[in-house]
Structure formats: structure tokens, C-alpha cells
Write a protein that binds this ligand. Structure first.
Ligand code: FES
Length: 106
């Protein structure tokens, strides 16, 4: 389900940063966090829980972990705690991801 973004777009004066989200090109503004870029892009879920419940950024300050996303192949990155940069590759997470350095993908 696609919902309208809850954020207003800023003027296009700032240079756009180009990223990919699930192999689709998206743009963001310099200084945006990954979570803000995803919310501004579509407002869709950034991840799904093991039971398939959609989650997206909520607190925007590193507390709720609802913004977990895969960034450049690294799973479980808090999107609200990392700034966008050109060429960043983002993937929505579905279910559990292994901890860095161990575990199998569930
Ligand atoms: S939005 Fe809550 S931890 Fe990132």
C-alpha cells in the first residue's frame, strides 16, 4: 500500500543526492538522514517485521528502531542516525537480519 508522504518537499535549490532504494533511483537533499529521505520519498514502510507488519521511522532520534534499513549491504542500520550520501544503496528489510559477524538470515 502506498501512502502520501507526510513531509513537505523542500525547494529544489539544494543539489540532489542520488541513492537507490530496492534498485530504484531516488533523490534526497544534503543533510537529510536516510529515514527522512525515505519518508519524503514515499512514506512507505522502511521495513517489515517477522510477521509482516510494516514499520517506518517514528522517533527520528535513535530510540524506537522502527527505521532499520540495509545500507550499502549492511543490515540493521538505524536510518534516522545516518546521513545520506551520493551513491548510497538502500534496501528495505523483511523479517530478521543477522547481527554483524554472526547468525544466519531468518
Ligand atoms: S526512527 Fe526511531 S530509531 Fe530511528
Amino acid at each position: 500500500m502506498k501512502i502520501a508522504s507526510r513531509f513537505l518537499a523542500r525547494p529544489e535549490a539544494a543539489r540532489a543526492i542520488k541513492l537507490t532504494l530496492d534498485d530504484q533511483p531516488i533523490t534526497a537533499h544534503p543533510g537529510d538522514t536516510v529515514a527522512a529521505a525515505l519518508l519524503a520519498h514515499s512514506g512507505d514502510a522502511a521495513r517489515h517485521t517477522v510477521k509482516g507488519a510494516p514499520r517506518t521511522a517514528f522517533c527520528m532520534m535513535g530510540v524506537c528502531f522502527d527505521c532499520l534499513v540495509e545500507v550499502d549491504g549492511r543490515p540493521n542500520v538505524q536510518g534516522c542516525m545516518i546521513a545520506v550520501r551520493d551513491g548510497m544503496v538502500l534496501r528495505r528489510q523483511h523479517g530478521l537480519r543477522p547481527l554483524i559477524g554472526g547468525g544466519e538470515d531468518a
